[in-house]
Design a protein around this ligand. Sequence first.
Ligand SMILES: Nc1nc2c(c(=O)[nH]1)N[C@H]1C(S)=C(S)[C@@H](COP(=O)(O)OP(=O)(O)OC[C@H]3O[C@@H](n4cnc5c(N)ncnc54)[C@H](O)[C@@H]3O)O[C@H]1N2
Ligand code: MOO
Length: 405
Amino acid sequence: MLEVNAAQQIVLAAVKPLSPTREPLDRRLLGRLLAEEIIAPQDSPACDKSLRDGYAVRAADCPSAGTVLQVIGEIAAGAAPGAGIGPGQCQRIFTGAPLPAGADAVVMQEDVELLPTGHIRLRQGPVRPGQWVYPRGQEMHAGEAILTPDTRLTPAALGVLASLGRASVQVIAAPRVGIVATGNELLAPGQPGTPGKIYNSNGPLLSALLAALPLESIDFGILPDEEAPLRAGLERMLQQCHAIVIAGGMSVGDYDLVPRTLRTLGLDEHIRQVRMKPGKPFLFGRCGDRLVFGLPGNPVSAFVCCQLFVLPALRRLLGYAEADCYPPVLPARFREAFAASNDRPTYHPARYELRPTELLVKPLPWSGAPDLRALLAANALLLLPPGDVRYAPTDPASFIPLDRT
Ligand SMILES: Nc1nc2c(c(=O)[nH]1)N[C@H]1C(S)=C(S)[C@@H](COP(=O)(O)OP(=O)(O)OC[C@H]3O[C@@H](n4cnc5c(N)ncnc54)[C@H](O)[C@@H]3O)O[C@H]1N2
Ligand code: MOO
């Protein structure tokens, strides 16, 4: 049976980033990949600016405390610089306002005494040239490359793009991803419960996991274990989405119809099972250029397969470099003794904590693939090898953090 690492490589090898598109600059671009080089159109700041509320002066006029200067006008932020200043003169100025011609320094208003004659007297001196001035081009020069293609857009990058006056940018397109739960036993939240039925937790669980990425996800609700409506539903999803995520009906039972139904829709199956627990009946393939992920119905299995295979593939569709697509695996030490017995490599819900110099990890009580409640307290998946294993406190461990953003 395929190992997890090999399966992850097969998935990523089958995914190509989507094409670039031009989109309006807003917060929906957070986490998207830039697809153009951004060049500064002009110097920033475009002129020398004041960093303080106070007075724009000529430093050469201000050798010492007690210097008296004539105030000849006022410049607010957003105003044109207006008249320049000559010897013995200054202008009232506010933070962000352009320095008038002749001025090369700013004196904070706290450092002057305002005289009734319309003059100021310096409380301190000398004034250094450039004092409280943000010089033209200090942040960037016209023609300078500010952002390279393949930059992942952060809040700071979006702020810088806005500061350049950009209303839109070229980014890698965001995929549309469909999610559906299958099973005759499933009820939508709000429907009256009846014996034998359970509520669909996988749909909301997977939608929430996908919400960590800047893509459009569509929840297609529930499809039954019946061939005709299942086929029609999956076909509709394939028409509308770049990738589809199906949970349930993946195993070998008489009502596990998903794999064979996908085959009638032209599935090119790349993966049918992976040597892991939970999540063994994971399916991956393509229908034409659509990516198809079949997750086992047990909620923790669906969760783990989403973390290990679906999210990495979607990051790749978004244009992330391959190495940035995988969830990180971090080294740690066991916080306490633990004994495990598993027939496959296992991803066990756990809690990690940062101690001054190392990470400690503690497996949580967990009763297996259906036990979604165990994930409530988890912030990690602890990797455990197959077989009977006993760990003592401080033994080495490795885990996947679940709180990575
Ligand atoms: N004879 C075998 N039986 C099973 C095998 C096997 O190899 N041989 N594999 C087991 C493993 S491992 C898993 S995992 C499950 C996965 O099976 P399916 O993908 O077919 O999932 P279902 O049978 O549809 O459901 C399993 C379980 O999860 C519940 N479920 C399903 N969907 C949801 C949902 N949307 N929300 C909440 N709970 C859901 C479902 O009611 C079942 O209890 O198969 C083993 N069997
Ligand atoms: O592989 Mo299944 O997901 O253990 O229960």
